[in-house]
Design a protein. Structure first.
Length: 150
């Protein structure tokens, strides 16, 4: 499972559904997005993010610019997720902010691997940072109209 800040996780989820293969179950809990991933993703994804020069601690800026921290939870980690069934707990998710965005609807859902999550994270980060190929305009520059000749 990969835990991201809510807004960045939503951007990743949008990328995965709009331009990619989709996603497995996704929940929102306490301001974080929880993306369920294939087994082994928690061990592999941090290495792929490091290779991509991903730096969530602000020590240096990689190719993706300033990026939020991604927390990878693997075997042995305990993570709280929203309840699956309705019943008496239907009003609680609205107050607590925990809910399923993509509910697990099958016993064995498709789960994205580390490569798919890397792809979505990098594209979400790059889409948030606009890079211009033009230098910034000099506000104090003198501009002359050269279209008219005398």
């Amino acid at each position: 499972m990969v835990s991201t800040p809510a807004v960045f996780g939503r951007r990743m989820l949008d990328r995965m559904w709009d331009e990619g293969p989709g996603s497995g179950p996704v929940a929102e809990f306490r301001g974080r997005m929880l993306l369920f991933a294939a087994p082994g993703t928690a061990q592999r994804l941090p290495a792929l993010l490091e290779w991509e020069e991903w730096d969530a601690h602000g020590r240096r800026r990689g190719r993706t610019g300033a990026v939020p921290p991604l927390l990878c939870h693997g075997t042995g980690d305990a993570v709280t997720v929203p309840a699956l069934s309705g019943g008496a707990a239907t009003a609680a998710p609205a107050r607590s902010g925990s809910r399923w965005l993509v509910a697990p609807d099958t016993r064995h859902p498709w789960l994205p691997g580390p490569e798919v999550l890397l792809w979505a994270a990098v594209r979400a980060a790059r889409a948030a940072v606009r890079i211009s190929i033009f230098p910034p305009a000099d506000q104090d520059a003198n501009v002359y109209d050269v279209s008219r000749r005398r």
